[in-house]
Structures are given as structure tokens and as C-alpha cells.
Design a protein around this ligand. Structure first.
Ligand code: UTP
Ligand code: MG
Length: 443
């Protein structure tokens, strides 16, 4: 028995194989009927006859349209057509990119004679051996270029036994935490403000656990509530290592969830080890407050440094929670990117919808995505320090600029109550004054 194929639960699966290679058989065995869009099925829809080759153009138009709508709805889709030519795969790869889902190729590269025999024997529609031969040549010519074409993964099944005996495992995305129903306390940008974080958690009803040296290493809520950190735990404030220690302890114990902020992203790059995603692998410019975070982390034991790196590098770009009703992302997230794992979805979640320009303070100019948001999910985010809270189209920013002398805020969800504690002092001078209107300022 071969290893099961691991396929992302939200992806576009493109079956590739000549007539008679067993694509439809494979699709029917491993996927639900509604997940499979087949060229034969679409020919039947538009022409009442799956064999009507004159209906091919219209059939693919329908196949692509159905695929587009399914991907927009966040549904796994399996394309069952020969797809042996790059030109047939190109529009599918484009659809996957457009909807921020990975495209996966499952190639049924079975012996040509076997396929030709099966194709000739097909009771409904015999395919000539010459046609199978031409398809086989095309398949072989393109096989090694599939990754370069843009497929995130390519699985090749070569024998009848392999095709029949290989299972498909659908792998859920780490962003998809819809099964987690809360209740949650969503905590804004902490930025190294450990005293304020401990006070806030206390106000929210968490009991803080301490190690022998009195350092906070966890916090548990007696009724099982969980904190969700919106990212930017580090930089600026007095104790980024202490904040990481507490947040890491809470996440490890199941008392908290966390998403990445742009400051964790930068920290991971600065620590010089590769992390996937936006601009990964390169060395970040080490500015003033990042250098200080690195210095403070450098004073910690090696195991803590390694654990902190793994924690930051492993943070999700955003989380979809509570059956899809709640999305937490550091800089917010438009609906098209909810649950999507692409580079541009990650960039949006970390940095917001930036124009690429800089304002008079040298900070990135942002587009007010929340003003345009019409999504069903509640989006809770941080990143843009704000004096006051204002719900905008079912989105809320909970960053109240604690490190700049503002406050540290949590949103109780689903209650939608806000709990804030005042900053002890201005820990870090703001580059520009805090804004009143959501979605405009940058940090
Ligand atoms: P399929 O009808 O699944 O092939 O199998 P296909 O790749 O989708 O073909 P096209 O492109 O639509 O024409 C072809 C024949 O092979 C048999 C099937 O029952 C069918 O008659 N088959 C398939 C097997 O006998 N064993 C298998 O493992 C797979
Ligand atoms: Mg078929």
C-alpha cells in the first residue's frame, strides 16, 4: 500500500492523464460528486451528450465557471479532464491563484498500452489508440515542468496498483480553526508591555502561573476562556522576552491562540533562519527597537531563544474561528482572503492594504479596507494604534497603543465587551500622533 497523498482541504486538484488512465474512477473513489467538475459532465450539461466533442469549448467554459464559484466559496474542487497540455492547465492555475488556493496535480501516468486498451473498450465512448498515443506524448513532455507551471504539489501515480491502492488524505489548513468556538478574549498589540498584559489578564479573570523566579509562564481562565493575541507581542516595550514567555506558555497549554504580527515576522527574518512567506529568507533591516529585542532575547538561555524563534516562525498569518464567524488577523483581512494561505493574503494580514507610498512621517500609507468590508465574519485586528474603538462594518481594531502610553485592550467575544488597562508610561515615542479614525494610521 503506497503512502496516502496529502492534499490541502482547500485546493484545486487537477487530474492529469490520458483517456482511459482512470481519472474519473480515481475522482469518484476519493472525492464527493459535487467536488468533481468533469469535462464529460459539462459536455453532458451543455449538449445532453458527454461524447459530443463539438461541445468541448462550451463545456470548458462551464467547467471553469463552476470552478471559479466553488473556489470563491472556499470549496475543494477536482478538475477531471485530460489536462495533458500546458494550455489546458494554464487557466486552472490562474483560477487557483486568483482565489488564493494551492493547485495540486495528481498525474495518472499509467502505461500507454493499458490506457489505450481501456479507452478502446469504453462502452460509452471508445477513444482511438492514436489519440491516446498523442495525449501520452504530451503528458510525458510536460511532466517535469508541472512545478514550474505553478503547481504547489505534483503527485504521480505510475501503476494500476498504485492508482487503485493510494488513498487521499485531506489536510486542513492551520488557519482553519473554525471548530474553536471560544469564548475568547482578543488581546491587542502588547509590544513588550508585560506589566500591562499581566494586569489585563488578571482583569479578564485569568490566573497567572509563575516559575521559581516569579516570572509569568502561563495564565489559565477558570471557566476555560482563551486569549487570542493579535500579534506584535515584541519590540518597543520594556520586556518583549517576558511577553513571549507568557504568551508561549499560554499557547502551549491551550490557554491562548496567536497570530503573527509584522514585528514577529521581522524578528524571524532577523534571526536569520528561513520562514515561509512574505520576503522570507532575507535579512531584515535591524532598526532601533528590533535590535533591542534581539539583545534582550540574546540574554536568555539558548533553549528559550530557540523556542521563541519556533513560536514566532510558526505563528499563523490569521485564524478563522467560531465556525467562520470570527477572523483574527494582525492588520485586518478582507473577506476574499479569509482562510486563504497565499503570500498576498499573508502580506495583507501582516501589513494591511498598503499603497506602497509613505506618508509625511515615513510610514506606509494604508487603504481603509474596513470601510469597504462587507463580509459576514467579524474581523478583529490590531496594528493601527487608535485612541478610541469604533466598529466599522463588523470589524474592530483593538490596538490602543499601549507601548505609546495609551492602553492595552481586549475584546471579549462573543460578548463584544471591551476591557482596557492604562499603560504604565509612554514606553516608546510614537512616530506620529495616534489617529482617531480606524484603518488609516500605521505602526
Ligand atoms: P476512467 O473512465 O476512469 O478513465 O477509466 P478516464 O481517465 O476518466 O478516461 P477519459 O479521459 O474520461 O476517457 C477508463 C476505464 O478503465 C477502467 C474503468 O472502469 C473504465 O472503463 N478502470 C479504471 C479499471 O478497470 N481499473 C481502474 O483502476 C481504473
Ligand atoms: Mg473520465
Amino acid at each position: 500500500m503506497s503512502q496516502p497523498l496529502r492534499v490541502p482541504a482547500l485546493s484545486l486538484v487537477v487530474l492529469v492523464g490520458v483517456a482511459g488512465s482512470g481519472k474519473s474512477t480515481f475522482a469518484a473513489r476519493h472525492f464527493r460528486p459535487t467536488q468533481v467538475v468533469s469535462s464529460d459532465g459539462c459536455r453532458a450539461l451543455v449538449a445532453d451528450d458527454p461524447r459530443d466533442q463539438s461541445a468541448t469549448g462550451a463545456a470548458f467554459e462551464v467547467a471553469h465557471l463552476v470552478t471559479r464559484h466553488r473556489l470563491a466559496n472556499g470549496l475543494l474542487t477536482v478538475l477531471d479532464a485530460t489536462s495533458v497540455e500546458p494550455a489546458a492547465r494554464r487557466p486552472l492555475l490562474e483560477l487557483a491563484r486568483e482565489h488564493d488556493v494551492p493547485a495540486v496535480a495528481i498525474v495518472l501516468d499509467l502505461p500507454e498500452e493499458l490506457c489505450a486498451r481501456r479507452a478502446a473498450e469504453r462502452p460509452d465512448r471508445a477513444v482511438a489508440a492514436a489519440v491516446v498515443h498523442r495525449q501520452h506524448m504530451e503528458l510525458r513532455a510536460g511532466l517535469h515542468g508541472l512545478r514550474a507551471e505553478g503547481f504547489a504539489a505534483v503527485h504521480v501515480l505510475r501503476t494500476e496498483a498504485e492508482a487503485a491502492g493510494t488513498a487521499v488524505d485531506l489536510v486542513g489548513s492551520p488557519l482553519d480553526r473554525r471548530a474553536e468556538q471560544g469564548p475568547f478574549d482578543i488581546v491587542g498589540d502588547v509590544h513588550g508591555c508585560l506589566d500591562e498584559l499581566e494586569e489585563l489578564l488578571g482583569r479578564l479573570g485569568y490566573e497567572i502561573a509563575r516559575d521559581g523566579a516569579g516570572r509569568a509562564v502561563g495564565a489559565h481562565h477558570p471557566t476555560g476562556r482563551r486569549a487570542v493575541f493579535v500579534g506584535d507581542l515584541v519590540d518597543r516595550g520594556p520586556d518583549p522576552a517576558g511577553v513571549l514567555r507568557l504568551a508561549m506558555g499560554m499557547v502551549a497549554a491551550g490557554d491562548a491562540l496567536a497570530v503573527a504580527g509584522n514585528h514577529e515576522h521581522k524578528l524571524v527574518r532577523a534571526l536569520g533562519r528561513a520562514g515561509a512567506g512574505v520576503g522570507a529568507g532575507g535579512q531584515a533591516k535591524v532598526g532601533g527597537n528590533l535590535a533591542r529585542t534581539l539583545e534582550l532575547l540574546g540574554a536568555e538561555p539558548a533553549e528559550f531563544q530557540a523556542a521563541a524563534f519556533d513560536f514566532c516562525a510558526g505563528l499563523a498569518g490569521h485564524l478563522v474561528l467560531d465556525g467562520g464567524a470570527l477572523v483574527v488577523a494582525h492588520a485586518g483581512l478582507k473577506e476574499a482572503y479569509h482562510g486563504r494561505d497565499s503570500d498576498r493574503a499573508l502580506a495583507f494580514a501582516l501589513f494591511g492594504d498598503t499603497t506602497g507610498e509613505r506618508d509625511e512621517y515615513g510610514l506606509p500609507v494604508r487603504l481603509p479596507w474596513a470601510e469597504q468590508y462587507r463580509g459576514r465574519a467579524t474581523v478583529v485586528y490590531g496594528h493601527t494604534p487608535m485612541f478610541e474603538h469604533r466598529w466599522v462594518n463588523n470589524t474592530l481594531c483593538v490596538d490602543t497603543g499601549c507601548c505609546f502610553g495609551g492602553s492595552l485592550t481586549a475584546l471579549r467575544y462573543p460578548e463584544r465587551e471591551l476591557v482596557s488597562v492604562q499603560a504604565r508610561r509612554e514606553h516608546y515615542p510614537p512616530v506620529r500622533p495616534l489617529r482617531h479614525e480606524p484603518g488609516v494610521a500605521a505602526s
